[in-house]
Write a protein of this length. Structure first.
Lengths: 267, 275
């Protein structure tokens, strides 16, 4: 078991080396995308600042500190998921073009292998932004900030699971680009970007089940701000369920993978 | 499985479902599903160190068979054993023993020099760093690609890239290499080089070679045995010499003269020589 973990760690390290060397080939593009993503996120926060400043210290029950947390934890999760494991977004293309074959003939977990095969440049901007805003949200309290970074990082698992499930659907229904965009960007991220207080029972139920916005936002934030262990158990329990569903679907879907022949280069 | 047998395929079949869309709205909502048998009850075995060509026209079932043997596609029925392992159930364990090259799909990272991907392959196949470097150096010397391994793959010619791809699949010293159209798109000089290198590696390490190709040169110059597949069924399974003796009895020779020779003179010449 330990040897397997060590081997996967070395594989991850070598994959990251390759990814960073690829980034070095396109330094300017990387820098521009990172800076613009940082600014993009900054404008959302500015919007909230204006709304709350106009309503006194808080708008309803929503404080600026709460908004800072919301624009830190889920953003770190997104940054970790797609900067380090950006290849997961390529999974659908690999299935459609038949280039998944290369990964299937290698002795590593196929999904992990694909995940580590490329990075999404702009996600670096999210990661840096989330950490900077997290420092402000926790008011430089190292314990809170430590948990914020750890839970933010682990929250990436939820993004990766949902992304993997949606991309694997390509095997059954063909191109899922639009479904993925709607599910991740319009639903999961949008719901996670507002305080949990604004959602009613039905929507809340969805956010704790099929659209796991709660686990990349409300649940970890509630733990960081209250240190109530029940949120931590809730977080890890949900993570186990999502990983188990993803693993089962992966096994089921790969059995039905039909491959294909196209001329393509790995990038 | 006999002692020297490294690949054993028994009654292997693969059926895909094809969607046939009729014209109009009805066809859009109600496509007809039809079964298409790509591989139909084939059986064969390959011995250790053998070089086998698996050939046939487009759509004959070559790639589907190779994909089932490498664990990429799951068979509909039948059994496969590669290096004593079942590709459908032991894909990861089997991956350590095989090397796969798909002429149309790259295993190398496009923006990086091959040396970086080779090091990553070392980690993928759980070789330690020293072992990986030793193996890379050996292959780089054998294949004489010292001047290619530090150039980004996107700047290599197709032939150079293919040679670097072959090196990539040999990093972990596989027992069997599966080559799906390894010379596709290459010019005649590079084709010869690729064939010579595959022969060299087979002679040196005794690696079993299983290749698909449309190129007669690949089959003639690389392989000891040919399996011909058509419409999902094996039609010929024979040694390359036997195949030449049995099927290649005629040769067409084209002769071009500098000056025009009347046809009747040629006919007369042929007949008088014969008599």
């Amino acid at each position: 078991m330990l040897t397997a973990v060590k081997r996967y760690f070395r594989f991850f390290k070598e994959s990251m080396k390759c990814n960073f060397k690829s980034i070095a080939e396109y330094k300017s593009s990387f820098l521009v995308q990172t800076i613009f993503m940082f600014l993009n996120n900054g404008f959302f926060l500015l919007f909230w600042y204006v709304v709350i400043a106009a309503s006194g210290e808080k708008a309803g029950d929503i404080t600026l500190n709460k908004i800072l947390y919301i624009w830190s934890v889920p953003v770190i999760s997104f940054g970790v998921a797609f900067f380090f494991f950006g290849g997961v977004r390529e999974l659908g293309r690999h299935i459609l073009e038949g280039t998944l074959d290369v990964y299937l003939t290698q002795p590593k977990n196929v999904i992990l292998n694909v995940m580590c095969s490329s990075m999404e440049f702009a996600a670096a901007g999210d990661l840096i932004y989330g950490i900077v805003v997290g420092l402000i949200a926790t008011e430089f309290n190292l314990l809170r900030f430590g948990f914020l970074v750890i839970l933010g990082t682990l929250g990436a698992v939820f993004y990766i699971c949902v992304e993997t499930i949606l991309r694997l659907l390509t095997i059954f229904i063909g191109n899922t680009d639009n479904i993925e965009h709607t599910y991740i960007n319009t639903l999961m991220i949008s719901f996670a970007s507002y305080p949990s207080e604004i959602y009613g029972g039905g929507i809340k139920f969805l956010l704790y089940t099929v659209i796991p916005s709660a686990y990349i936002s409300f649940v970890p934030i509630d733990f960081i701000t209250t240190f109530d262990i029940k949120y931590l158990l809730w977080f890890f329990g949900a993570m186990l369920v999502f990983v188990a569903i993803t693993a089962a679907l992966t096994k089921f879907a790969l059995k039905r993978y039909e491959s294909g022949n196209s001329i393509a280069l790995r990038s | 499985m006999k002692k020297d047998t490294i690949i054993e395929v028994e009654h292997l079949s693969k059926t895909f479902q094809k969607k046939i869309k009729m014209p109009g709205i009805k066809g859009f909502f109600n496509p007809i599903l039809e079964d298409f048998t790509a591989v139909n009850d084939i059986s064969f075995s390959v011995n250790k160190g053998e070089k086998v060509a698996f050939v046939g026209p487009n759509g004959a079932g070559k790639s589907t068979t190779i994909k089932m043997m490498t664990g990429i596609v799951h068979p509909s029925s039948g059994s496969i054993k590669v290096a004593g392992l079942d590709p459908t159930k032991q894909r990861k364990q089997m991956a350590y023993k095989i090397g796969c090259l798909f002429g149309q799909k790259s295993g190398l990272w496009m923006h990086l020099p091959p040396i970086d991907t080779y090091k990553l392959f070392g980690a993928i196949y759980d070789l330690d760093e020293d072992e990986t470097l030793k193996r890379i150096n050996h292959l780089v010397e054998t294949f004489e690609i010292q001047d290619l391994i530090y150039t980004p793959v996107r700047r290599l010619s197709l032939g150079q890239r293919m040679i670097c791809e072959i090196v990539g699949i040999l990093i972990h010293e596989p027992e069997i290499i599966f080559l799906d159209e390894p010379t596709i798109g290459l010019d005649i000089v590079v084709k010869e080089k690729v064939r010579a290198l595959i022969n060299k590696i087979n002679a040196e390490s005794g690696v079993t070679v299983f290749l698909t190709s449309h190129d007669v040169g690949d089959i003639e110059k690389l392989c000891d045995r040919v399996i011909i597949i058509d419409k999902g069924r094996i039609v010929i399974d024979e040694g390359i010499d036997g195949l030449k003796d049995t099927y290649l009895k005629k040769k067409i020779i084209t002769v071009k003269h500098e000056e025009t020779i009347p046809l009747e003179d040629i006919i007369y010449d042929i007949y008088t020589r014969k008599s």
